[in-house]
Design a protein around this ligand. Structure first.
Ligand SMILES: [Zn+2]
Length: 169
């Protein structure tokens, strides 16, 4: 049997006798995404998808990495990808990110960028497509935010839409 800790709530007077410190530190900090992800995010602002090639195994990694964990050596060069891709998995969600039920579903899934190696899928939204039209293997293209609204985040791409106009809604 687990013993329960014994105790009682302190009175206000007792609580004030407990030594304590009142401090409001100005905790300002900066955070670096690192050379590979940092440049990847900067390039997104320009509407470009950047990857990194490893000449050891020939893989093209996106998001880029400066070190190949397969070859155990630094990667070699930057590679721009066209930004298009193929849907690998998807989900039709009738629940939003705050767990509210919604009528118009959120379409989300994993896509493989064209020109990137297997296993480099990224998760993103799909749009301009009816849920029942989505399929694994669908070719998609990015829909970028207007340049002035981009901030160096993967969400600078609003969503991916079908490349074939006939599949668009
Ligand atoms: Zn490698």
């Amino acid at each position: 049997m687990i013993s329960q800790p014994r105790g009682r709530k302190l009175s206000r007077e007792e609580a004030e006798r407990v030594p304590h410190v009142v401090a409001r530190p100005k905790a300002r900090y900066a955070w670096s995404a690192g050379p590979a992800t940092g440049r990847f995010l900067e390039e997104l602002k320009e509407g470009r998808v950047l990857a990194r090639r490893c000449n050891g195994c020939g893989r093209v990694l996106v998001p880029p990495r400066m070190f190949c964990e397969r070859c155990f050596r630094p990667t070699d060069e930057w590679v721009y990808l066209p930004g298009t891709g193929t849907i690998q998995t998807y989900s039709i969600s009738y629940i939003d990110t705050d767990a509210n039920r919604i009528a118009k579903p959120i379409l989300v899934g994993v896509l493989a960028f064209d020109g990137a190696s297997e296993g480099c899928g990224i998760m993103h939204y799909f749009g301009e497509v009816a849920p029942e039209k989505l399929y694994i293997g669908m070719e998609v293209e990015p829909v970028w935010k207007p340049q002035a609204e981009r901030e160096g985040a993967i969400t600078d791409i609003k969503y991916f839409r079908p490349r074939r106009k006939e599949d668009r809604q």
